[in-house]
Design a protein around this ligand. Structure first.
Ligand code: ARG
Length: 479
């Protein structure tokens, strides 16, 4: 470290410090290597603060002009990769402020009037996170749209619905996909709701107690497009619950992605063969020449652990911190950044894998997943998926449900011993279980009959599924 750098560092505090930090302490306490990512938000926040300081007569119009000019240059330097980040200046805030002062002199030193890095950093993270939430919300909508499009093409494709991973009842593949649309739609709502609490302004709280200058915090909030102003300075500089809340919402998105991934992985296995995942989303094995592995969904399932881990990290970080700001909070950034990066990349890749990419020649979208309806239907034929339908049939003929359930259990046992499906038992045999059974039973025992019969709101009947698709298309403005 040069003497010049040391000088800058001790200047950041005061003449009170009589000895420099060791290099280890400097590296341990610095955050500039990762928080430089907040640079744009930091500049935006500073410009809004400076604009208000000038409007309130706390700094001059000339100071404001100088600050704007300096910041424009700094923004350019950062974008072009020319900005010289200095570890000795600890964090993004001190780096930018030092460069500003170098460029415009005293006006740069006046920028920090009425604020502290404590309210500054809280503002920066909120501004940055708000932008990320908007991108994530957009991706969640794209993913829902992609799922709805695939669902629309597969309303009449039937696969076994499982409970306990045992064949339960036949369902429409579209209905199955729409279950995920519901999950991602709630995720979108959760993100939008968290955004309201992220989008509140800490600036003006200064170090912890407010400030003696006549600040107009409402004006700064308006300039920054924030929905409100944090109403308690101690709370504003210290709590990171907004980041924890976002992380919890992000964890739930990943949990939903992970569940979908698990199904894609199962469905792609030779034992199911329900789907094929395009080669560009799979990898081979270095030893087994026949292998094609679903790496993308597997990694997404794996990365869920890391996002949930970050949630645990953040929530534990907050626990036990007394009011107000503590340096512990510097530890909020890396988990938050990694959560955002992981979530964004995962959503992007799923949008591509499910929705497809435009073919460079034809322009038509090529999906990354192709469906094998015959394999799905064959699987639905196994496992007596329409047994409940037979029970319901008997109930409609006047049997109490519990008796019908028992009667059908005997019929299933008989079918099992003949190694055939219920629908393959001759009418005579079926009538031995109950005389009310007639030849209309075969319609009831068919996969399509079973599907059509489940027409309750939210059920798997194709007519219901159509209604749901229409609702989602309108909601997602899919046209
Ligand atoms: N780098 C710090 C953080 O991320 C900025 C605030 C520092 N404030 C302080 N009083 N040391 O939290």
């Amino acid at each position: 470290m040069s003497a010049n750098q040391l000088d800058k560092k001790s200047q950041a505090w005061s003449a009170l410090f009589s000895e420099p930090m060791s290099e280890l302490v400097q590296r341990y306490t610095a955050s500039v290597d990762f928080d430089r990512r907040l640079a744009s938000a930091d500049i935006t926040g500073s410009l809004a603060h400076a604009d208000m300081l000038a409007a309130q007569g706390i700094i001059s119009a000339q100071d404001l002009a100088d600050i704007r000019r300096g910041m424009a240059q700094i923004q350019g330097e950062i974008e072009r990769g020319e900005f010289s980040w200095q570890l000795a200046l600890e964090d993004v805030h001190l780096n930018i402020e030092a460069r500003l002062t170098q460029l415009v002199g005293d006006a740069g030193k006046r920028l920090h009037t009425g604020r502290s890095r404590n309210d500054q950093v809280a503002t920066d993270i909120r501004l940055w996170l708000r932008g990320e939430i908007d991108l994530i919300t957009g991706l969640l909508r794209e993913l829902q749209g992609a799922l709805v499009e695939v669902a629309q093409r597969h309303i009449d494709v039937i696969l076994p619905g499982f409970t306990h991973l045992q064949v339960a009842q036949p369902v429409s593949f579209a209905h199955h996909l729409l279950a995920y649309v519901e999950m991602f739609s709630r995720d979108e709502q959760r993100m939008l709701d968290a955004r309201k609490r992220v989008n509140q302004l800490p600036l003006g709280s200064a170090a912890l107690a407010g400030t003696t200058y006549p600040l107009d915090r409402e004006r700064v909030a308006r300039t920054l497009g924030m929905e409100g102003v944090c109403q308690n300075s101690l709370d504003a500089v210290s709590d990171r619950d907004f980041a924890i809340e976002f992380s919890a919402a992000a964890s739930l998105v990943m949990v939903h992605i992970s569940r979908l991934s698990e199904e894609l992985i199962l469905w792609m296995s030779q034992n199911f063969a329900f789907i094929r995942i395009a080669d560009r989303f799979t990898t081979g094995s270095s030893i087994m020449p026949q292998k094609k592995n679903p790496d993308v969904p597997e990694l997404a399932r794996g990365k869920t652990g890391r996002v949930v881990g970050h949630l645990m990290g953040l929530i534990t970080l907050m626990k036990g911190q007394p009011l107000a700001y503590n340096k512990d909070n510097q530890e909020d950034k890396e988990p938050l950044f990694d959560t955002v990066d992981t979530l964004r990349d995962t959503l992007r890749i799923f949008v591509e894998m499910i929705g497809g990419q435009p073919n460079p020649v034809s322009g038509a979208k090529e999906g990354g997943i192709s469906v094998n309806p015959a394999a799905m239907e064959a699987a639905a034929q196994k496992g007596y998926a329409t047994a409940t339908d037979l029970a319901d049939y008997l109930v409609k003929k006047g049997l109490p449900f519990r008796d019908a359930h028992e009667t059908v259990a005997h019929a299933v046992k008989a079918a099992q011993s003949h190694a055939c499906d219920l629908s393959e038992l001759p009418l005579k045999v079926l009538q031995e279980f109950h005389p009310a059974i007639d030849k209309d039973v075969y319609q009831v025992l068919s996969l399509r009959g079973s599907l059509n019969a489940r027409a309750t709101l939210g059920g798997t009947a194709p007519a219901q599924v159509q209604t749901q698709i229409a609702r989602h298309r309108a909601r997602l403005a899919l046209g």
